[in-house]
Design a protein around this ligand. Sequence first.
Ligand code: HEC
Length: 158
Amino acid sequence: MIDSNRQKILDEIQRHIKALTRGIYALVIGVATLIYYLLNPSILNVDVQSKESVVVAEAPLPEYENGIHLATGFKEGENLNLVIANCTSCHSAKMVTQNRATRDGWKTMIKWMQETQNLWELGESEPLILDYLAKYYAPEKAGRRQPLTDIDWYELED
Ligand code: HEC
């Protein structure tokens, strides 16, 4: 009788200890979660909708496609802004893009336009414009077909 009473008390104590342990676990996890949230308050920002609309509002217009400036047809490259500002007001950009020349060649064309077509002085922009033109509208290196070399000529017999 005494033994079974003792056993009951022991069981009771054990139950309490288990409950206490569970409580402590829960508390530790809760505190850890709280600390994590305080350090990273943004983890609860699941407002995906508003984020997307901000991105759309800020997204720039697709000015270039495949390296081509859509509005003018110029190849994308440094100093293109100067070329557009100075070379598209009298004639279309096509007049430029359909031509190929060396840096000297482009310089000659600019000089010609300045002497005969009222093209203004380009000042500091001129070397930058020439940089762009000489780089992106240079003469094509190879012709349509490489000239034949090392041909084994044979004698025609008559
Ligand atoms: C003030 C007006 C004006 C500006 C600005 C101008 N051009 Fe011209 N350009 C002309 C005129 C006019 C022609 C001749 C058009 C024609 O033949 O129908 C011409 C012709 C050309 C041609 C063709 C030349 C040829 O031999 O066929 C090229 C290439 C050209 N321009 C490039 C440029 C570049 C590069 C710029 C910027 C640096 C520029 N133009 C700025 C007036 C201008």
